[in-house]
Write a protein that binds this ligand. Structure first.
Ligand SMILES: [Zn+2]
Length: 449
């Protein structure tokens, strides 16, 4: 187990990061790598002893590495920010938002100890990574969470506002990029706090101890939030493109933030598991907002019902849900995948609550998953994940429904569930909540926390 330490010094005029990388153990051969294209962003690679040579497109190797030896170089992160792919880099004013895998040389394997990073910035500058912070001394310090190298991450460096928010179960470091008035900052901060409070109502606390949330101002025609993205590389992050002029009511009525925060509760489930992960976020974006007071229970059921209608209209009859998830992006089958997945979680939730008299639920299963397994930074196979949820609460519902939903072509029938819960369509298209055998389950799901 090698321990790696990075020291980063930002030079804003040249938009470059001076990097020193030290590794405490000796090695016959030390290997370093970046993502494809990253070699164009590093200059002046120098070792204390010996030489370092290119060994591939974005790979290097150094023979006879001595214990405690350091490597230094200049990372041209301004070039990374000029990428046309915003998953690699972008600029917001003079703030750079860049993927570390494009310029921060990585050595060793994912099993190595989490690398330590210390960062030195000129006065007035800030640095926002997804890496958990490890407060030690005056300069900001972090430990990079070891995750698969391909998982996306972005760090922001520049002059922006950052605030730390403590909630039950976790601390969120919120970076507000771009030019904002003090009043806009306040509005956005308060909204994020309300959305996080709703997210914590899943099982009483946030799923992750430290997270990076980045707000990017942008044009978001007709919506308070134009786009949201959950990133899992090197730590956990949510990035949201927001309209800085949006009112608190417009922000609260948008589902995007709570949807992205809901993704924190499950592990990465791969492309074929997208119906499970997007299904959970689509189900919970409404459940959690009702519990947090951002929607009434009636509005939350109405939103779920509208989602199911979109899914039903666009459902595929030639592929099962797992196969459809695999080609979701190519077919743009988002509604069909997301809302069939949401139906799965509602179906399981109702079954568990009904059979256990309200003791068991999706909340309880995910809470136990959090306690045992969530922090293991690896992908889970979808079938393995639902089997674990069943094992944790002593049920068979997750797996049996999983098999039925994964293989089904067309949208899942929900009429029986609607009757049980007392969800009734009116002739004008609205949804009424009426008396029914499981009305108490319905009300427990969306009840204020
Ligand atoms: Zn999502």
């Amino acid at each position: 187990m090698a321990a790696t330490h990075y020291e980063l010094n930002y030079e804003p005029a040249a938009e470059q990061m001076r990097v020193q990388l030290c590794i405490d153990t000796a090695a016959i051969q030390q290997e370093f790598r970046l993502h494809r294209g990253g070699a164009a962003h590093v200059e002046g690679l120098k070792r204390e002893h010996g030489t370092i040579e290119r060994s591939g497109e974005a790979r290097w190797r150094a023979a006879d590495w001595r214990a405690g030896e350091c490597l230094s170089y200049v990372a041209r992160i301004g070039l990374v920010a000029d990428s046309r792919d915003r998953d690699i880099g972008s600029r917001i004013g003079d703030t750079l938002l860049v993927a570390p895998q494009q310029w921060l040389l990585r050595s060793g394997s994912d099993e190595d100890e989490a690398p330590r990073v210390s960062v030195n910035l000129p006065p007035g500058y800030r640095f926002s990574p997804p890496w958990p912070s490890s407060a030690s001394g005056a300069a900001p310090a972090y430990r990079i969470t070891p995750t698969p190298f391909a998982w996306s991450a972005l760090v922001a460096v520049g002059r922006f506002h950052e605030v730390s928010m403590a909630l039950p179960g976790g601390e969120v470091r919120l970076a507000l990029l771009g030019t904002l008035t003090a009043a806009q900052r306040e509005t956005l901060q308060q909204w994020i706090r309300r959305a996080l409070t709703a997210a914590a109502s899943g099982y009483g606390e946030l799923p992750l101890a430290q997270t990076q949330v980045v707000l990017l101002p942008g044009r978001t025609p007709g919506r308070a939030v134009g786009f949201g993205q959950s990133l899992r590389g090197q730590g956990n992050a949510v990035h949201l493109w927001v309209d800085p002029a949006a009112t608190p009511a417009q922000l609260d009525s948008d589902w995007t933030a709570v949807h992205e925060f809901a993704h924190w509760a499950h592990p990465y489930l791969g492309d074929d598991g997208a119906w499970l992960s997007e299904g959970l976020a689509s189900y919970w974006q409404n459940v959690l907002r009702a519990r947090g007071g951002l929607l009434t229970a009636q509005q939350a059921w109405q939103q779920l019902d509208a989602g199911f209608a979109r899914g039903r209209r666009t459902a595929a009859t030639d592929l099962g849900l797992t196969e459809l998830s695999d080609v979701m992006h190519a077919r743009r089958a988002y509604y069909a995948v997301y809302w069939a997945g949401a139906a799965y979680w509602l179906d399981v939730d109702v079954s568990l609550r009904r059979a256990s008299g309200g003791v068991l639920s999706v909340d309880e299963a995910l809470k136990r998953f959090h306690a045992c397994c969530l922090l293991r930074k690896r992908a889970w196979d979808a079938a393995e994940f639902v089997a674990k949820l069943d094992a944790l609460i002593g049920s068979e519902v997750f797996v049996s429904r999983y098999r039925a939903y994964a293989a089904r072509r067309g949208f899942p029938p929900l009429d029986g569930l609607y009757q049980e819960l007392g969800l009734q369509h009116e002739t004008d298209g609205s949804l009424s909540l009426v008396d029914a055998p499981q009305a108490a389950v319905r009300d427990a799901i969306m009840g204020r926390r």
